[in-house]
Ligand binder design. Structure first.
Ligand SMILES: Nc1nc2c(ncn2[C@@H]2O[C@H](COP(=O)(O)OP(=O)(O)OP(=O)(O)O)[C@@H](O)[C@H]2O)c(=O)[nH]1
Length: 555
């Protein structure tokens, strides 16, 4: 490093320990084109001395070459890592930077400001605790300022810094600053931020960035750096109701059964009563097992293995929770959805819904409305396209435990995955979830349980639709024939000489476990040991069957 703590040379272990003990703050910067984001972050990195020798040399050479600052250092060039970005002069991706000061470690996400990069911004903001929203003092609030603020509130960031930049270009005018702050407070009131801290800065000259500026004697608040070093954000998670999405059940031998996962919220101690979200069964925590020995207590963010005092049925994908404030078990959550993919949302189509604890097939039954991110107006729309944001209703194939996103970012969020391309197509934030007993939430699976494991019967609805899910089979013991009861339209489809190809997939997995081509016999027989499968009508074509598809081939 160019300039760094003397401890590195003197006592590297002491240095590493001091780094480890510092708290970490994740923040995002957002603003319109040329508001000065890159310059600001470049200056924060520069002043925190987290620049390597070769980066420093490159920065000096680049600053001379580009000449934007008359040969002086252009801090923005530190950030503009991508060649295309330099050529176009705009930020096109999310750049994450790490830096640290004596008091804290930071990860900053620098996101592009343009509307077509809304998805990048949502990605960058989704893990941030603080947002620094830049405004050019000459321009005041812009459409982009409103859009970014809305997105920041949507992804659950509670603390905002309104950094009024380029104050040097308005002669550090107090009145100009006060007007912008007043406008912003009025606009942001409905967004419900816990705090808005306005700071007059010049990113280029460093005023109120690290050191208080002599040009703003009328401003008594913190500098940007002192704010970032001291803002309190992390404590809330450990006092929330306990949540442990079970990622793995560790059963090395008959005498040990541990439930492993990362605590999403709250605190847990041996003796605490816990509840299994799916079944409602309760037990008490016997031990908190870690590699380094048992713990007397574990908190949000820690990866642990819990053992319980009773033998109750818990599997991967379940959630262990506090008994007094459990999450809502639901098949019908309502959520904000940000569409991230070029292919628009298809209501009714099955996607994989990946939550903190589980992956479940599900569909969007209705787009209630889309939000115009520039005006915050609601519009009636049939679907959402790339960067579209709206409120939707979902129907999941089985009940999943949810908290509202406002209460818990981890157990209140999900992503939608396209089953065929494996692409992440949307990010969702749960607003509320209908309880299971609600009359409009009766199960609508196409499968019917005959009371025995085998055979299962499924009615193939809409089965001429290529790519449609045929149903989810619960095969809790072993595989055998799955018998399909087909609709008239499907028989018609085959009667016309069409052939079909089915794929079977473990629920929650993306890779098919088997695929089969059929023309008449609709009975699947497998010997492999699976719990649940999704049956997908993958392809349909007229005779003859293409050569590249095995009649009964595996993959
Ligand atoms: N006078 C003055 N100019 C500034 C200040 N901050 C940034 N600039 C200039 O404003 C221009 C844009 O700054 P950038 O940091 O590249 O802006 P950005 O917001 O990162 O822009 P994009 O990457 O295009 O989104 C550059 O010419 C900077 O030198 C400031 O406080 N005062």
């Amino acid at each position: 490093m160019a300039h760094q703590s003397e401890l590195i040379e003197k006592d590297i272990l002491a240095y590493l320990k001091s780094q480890e003990e510092k708290s970490l703050l994740r923040f995002i910067t957002c603003g319109s084109v040329d508001d000065g984001k890159s310059t600001l972050i470049g200056r924060l990195l520069w002043d925190s001395k987290m620049i390597f020798e070769d980066q420093l040399a490159a920065l000096e050479a680049d600053s001379r070459k580009v000449g934007t600052q008359g040969g002086a250092i252009d801090y923005a060039l530190l950030l503009d890592g991508l060649q295309a970005e330099r050529e176009q002069g705009i930020t096109i991706d999310v750049a994450y930077r790490f830096f640290s000061t004596d008091r804290r470690k930071f990860i900053v996400a620098d996101t592009p400001g343009h509307e077509q990069y809304t998805r990048n911004m949502v990605t960058g903001a989704s893990t941030a605790q603080v947002a620094v929203i830049l405004v050019d003092a000459r321009k005041g609030l812009l459409t982009q300022t409103r859009r970014h603020s809305y997105l920041v509130s949507l992804v659950g960031i509670r603390h905002v810094v309104l950094a009024v930049n380029k104050m040097d270009l308005v002669d550090f005018d107090e009145q100009r600053f006060a007007t912008i702050v007043g406008d912003y407070q009025e606009f942001a009131a409905p967004l419900g931020f816990a705090s808005i801290t306005a700071i007059p800065i010049s990113a280029l000259n460093g005023d109120n960035v690290i050191e208080p500026s002599s040009s703003t004697p009328w401003y008594q608040g913190p500098t940007l750096m002192s704010y970032l070093e001291t803002v309190q954000v992390a404590e809330e998670r450990t006092t929330e109701p306990f949540r442990l999405p079970v990622q793995w059940v560790n059963r090395p031998h008959l005498d040990f059964r541990g439930f492993c996962g990362t605590i999403a919220a709250g605190t847990v101690r041996p003796g605490d009563e816990v509840r299994v979200a799916a079944s409602g069964l309760t037990s008490r925590v016997a031990r908190i097992v870690t590699k380094g020995g048992d713990l007397p207590e574990a908190v949000a963010g820690q990866a642990v293995t819990l053992t319980l005092s009773d033998e109750i049925d818990i599997s991967r994908g379940d959630m262990l929770t506090a008994t007094d404030v459990p999450p809502r078990l639901s098949r019908h959550p309502e959520a904000h959805l940000v569409w991230l993919h070029d292919t628009p949302l298809v209501p009714g189509q099955i996607y994989l819904v990946k939550t903190a604890s589980a992956v479940t097939p599900g569909r969007i039954t209705r787009v209630q409305y889309a939000v115009d991110v520039n005006t915050l107006e609601q519009r009636q729309v049939p679907t959402l396209a790339l960067n579209g944001i709206g409120v939707v209703r979902l129907e999941l194939d089985r009940a999943v435990a949810f908290d509202p996103y406002r209460q818990n970012r981890e157990t209140g969020s999900f992503i939608l995955i396209d089953r065929f391309s494996n692409a992440t197509v949307a990010a969702g934030m749960v607003i509320a979830a209908a309880p299971l007993e609600s009359p409009d939430t009766q199960p609508t699976e196409t499968g019917t349980d005959e009371g025995s494991y085998l055979p299962r019967r499924f009615i193939l609805r809409d089965s001429t639709v290529i790519g449609a899910d045929m149903g989810v089979a619960d095969l809790t013991r072993e595989w055998g024939p799955i018998e399909f009861e087909v609709s008239a339209s499907f028989i018609d489809h085959l009667a016309k000489g069409n052939r079909v190809l089915f794929r079977l997939r473990d629920v929650g997995q993306l890779e098919p476990v088997a695929q089969m081509a059929y023309d008449h016999n609709l009975v699947f027989e497998f010997g492999r040991d699976r719990d649940r499968v999704t049956v997908i009508l993958f392809k349909s074509w007229p005779e003859p069957c293409p050569k590249d598809v095995d009649e009964r081939g595996g993959l």
